[in-house]
Design a protein around this ligand. Structure first.
Ligand code: PEP
Length: 306
């Protein structure tokens, strides 16, 4: 017995065409329809509709973009591939957020836990750990900026050394990802830093300059992008540069090109409760990116309370 014909199974040739056409193309005004449309607004000839739309979009963006300047310091928890729903519940229950609202606390869970963390959020921000450089399309397994936007994610770590080393992420990828993020009003936290070998060869500054110039998109500025200096050899090792070295390197990042003068620069690499205060108080340091120690609510509470 066959299926009874309904409108769905017997689309007329005309309807079939409409059904197959992409919605955008289908909705385009035809000259006939334009002729029958009464203009509500007569835009001056110089201002076409695309220009007006762009102006409105830019203004809305200005309004909803997080004001980085309104914060005195940033504390970013990078949970990497750790945590589950129970862990998140417990962590958020135990975490004590600073009374000083000028401190910006950002928690970056794994992608699968972003939505859950956003729903639990209270006085902290949520960030992603990675994003696709592509807007949409055939990129199996990737996560787009639009999807992060839909979840109301405010920050995204980009170019972490683990992504550069394990997943071969290049400065160009970092720049493209940052570009997409900024377009979606999400603040990229761009990680830069030298390996131990590069440090020992005295190449730290050269490496940083290349990562800054090639990895930071032209649309980046101090209002929409944060830089995190993370010496690769300090990540997860318990080693850190001396306080003087950290301050000098941050000063170098801010001054080697006037473009970066006002950027917020976080330090990352073995930040713990016993060194956070000294590091974050340095005049050229605007906060910390914390890995291992951000997985313990009591330890992270101590780090953010300074
Ligand atoms: C990191 O991975 O970004 C990081 C800073 O890790 P840790 O604090 O564990 O060194």
């Amino acid at each position: 017995m066959g299926v009874e014909d309904t409108e769905a199974t017997t689309l007329s040739e005309l309807k079939k065409l409409e059904y197959l056409e992409p919605p955008l193309k289908k909705n385009k005004l035809t000259p006939n329809r334009i002729a029958n449309t009464n203009a509500i607004f007569d835009f001056p000839k110089l201002l076409n509709i695309n220009m007006v739309a762009s102006i409105i979009i830019v203004s809305i963006r200005e309004i909803i973009m997080i004001k980085l300047d309104s914060f005195s310091s940033f504390f970013v928890a990078n949970w990497k591939l750790n945590g589950n729903f129970k862990f998140i519940d417990q962590f958020i229950n135990e975490l004590k957020l600073p009374e000083d609202k000028s401190k910006c606390v950002v928690i970056c869970p794994s992608s699968i836990h972003l939505d859950y963390t956003i729903r639990k959020k209270n006085n902290f921000y949520v960030g992603a750990q990675n994003v696709s450089q592509h807007k949409e399309g055939a990129y199996t397994g990737e996560i787009s900026c639009d999807s992060l936007s839909e979840l109301k994610i405010d920050f995204c770590i980009v170019g972490h050394s683990e992504r550069r080393q394990i997943y071969n992420e290049t400065n160009t990828d970092v720049s493209l990802k940052s570009f997409q993020l900024i377009n979606s009003n999400i603040v990229p936290i761009i990680c830069i830093g030298e390996t131990l070998e590069e440090k020992e060869k005295g190449k730290t500054n050269d490496v940083l300059v290349k990562q800054l110039l090639d990895g930071i998109s032209d649309t980046s500025n101090s209002n929409n992008t944060i830089i995190a200096y993370e010496p690769v050899w300090a990540i997860g090792t318990g080693l850190t540069p001396s306080l003087k070295e950290i301050d000098k390197t941050h000063e170098f990042i801010k001054t080697q090109n006037s473009k970066f003068n006002n950027y917020k620069i976080l330090y990352g690499g073995s930040v713990k409760s016993n060194n956070a205060k000294d590091i974050v108080s340095l005049s050229n340091v605007d906060g910390a990116l914390v890995g291992g120690a951000s997985l313990k609510s009591d330890e992270f509470t101590k780090i953010i309370e300074y």
